[in-house]
Design a protein around this ligand. Structure first.
Ligand code: BT5
Length: 244
């Protein structure tokens, strides 16, 4: 993995998806490329879900990390970036209100403020980050509680400042990862997300598992103790809800 800072900043006015853009152009672009889009016409979530935003009210960006030879690194990086976004948001919002939700959501007082989409393609990882800078009118129901930096901080938020702070924080966290200071990801994420022993339901496709979170492994797989049948279920993807 290349460890150079993210300092090749590409600003696009409008694009389908910043993740798709980086995946398409990864061979031509250097390590350390970050692409920001004013607007995405086809922003993506996991499992082909949609991600919404509005020009002037949303951050949509993707970071390119090259020379990744192991998919595990891709997963670890997505947890690392969640921590970086959380840290960037603490410049605006009280640390105690921000929570990390498995696998890569960031919530404020239980409402989603940021989603992260990590994709592995042709030896590269693309980490896409969507942040609601201000409230906006989504083209269709978002389908879950959500919020924005402006509404949580009570202040106007400059998109340019937020972009700059995000890149700055990612660079700090990424260089700590490169010097092995944060190599314990996703265990660090697990501690900070504070979900051990929590009663959850995880829906993965049509399978629902309800039980107590007991651990995470180095690939970000969540181990949940299913009390009904006394089994430990290892879950690699899905949507989690807290039952307490
Ligand atoms: C995510 O997926 O949360 C990952 C979102 C990543 C978006 C960024 S934007 C830049 C880059 N380029 C892309 O094309 N994507 C990345 P997931 O966990 O599957 O959540 C998707 C769900 O979040 C949707 O089904 C909605 O319920 C909800 N959602 C959509 N837009 C939202 C928004 N603006 N704020 C909060 N929730 C939203």
């Amino acid at each position: 993995m290349k460890c150079e800072n993210f300092d090749n900043i590409v600003l696009l006015d409008k694009i389908d998806s910043t993740n798709s853009y980086l995946k398409k152009n990864s061979a031509l672009l250097p390590q350390g490329t970050v692409v920001f889009a004013g607007e995405q016409t086809s922003g993506k979530g996991r499992l082909s879900r949609k991600w919404f935003g509005e020009k002037g009210k949303s951050i949509a960006c993707s970071f390119l990390i090259k020379d990744i030879f192991d998919n595990v690194d891709a997963i670890r990086l997505s947890f690392l970036f969640s921590i970086a976004v959380r840290d960037a948001l603490t410049k605006y919002i009280d640390y105690g209100k921000i929570s990390l939700k498995w696998p890569n959501d960031i919530l404020v007082s239980g409402k989603k403020i940021c989603g992260i989409l990590s994709e592995y393609s042709k030896g590269c990882v693309v980490i896409g980050i969507g942040i609601n800078a201000a409230d906006f009118i989504p083209p269709q129901e978002i389908g879950q509680p959500w919020t924005s930096v402006e509404s949580e901080s009570g202040h106007n938020v400059s998109i340019a400042d937020l972009q700059e702070e995000l890149v700055e924080t990612v660079n700090i966290i990424f260089s700590r990862y490169c010097t092995n200071e944060l190599s314990d990801i996703p265990f660090i994420w697990f501690r900070e997300a504070d979900i051990i022993n929590k009663n959850v339901t995880v829906l993965s496709g049509s399978t629902a598992v309800t039980g107590e979170v007991i651990s995470i492994d180095d690939k970000g797989i969540l181990n949940v103790f299913d009390k009904k049948n006394g089994e430990i279920k290892s879950i690699s993807f899905g949507d989690i809800t807290y039952n307490d």
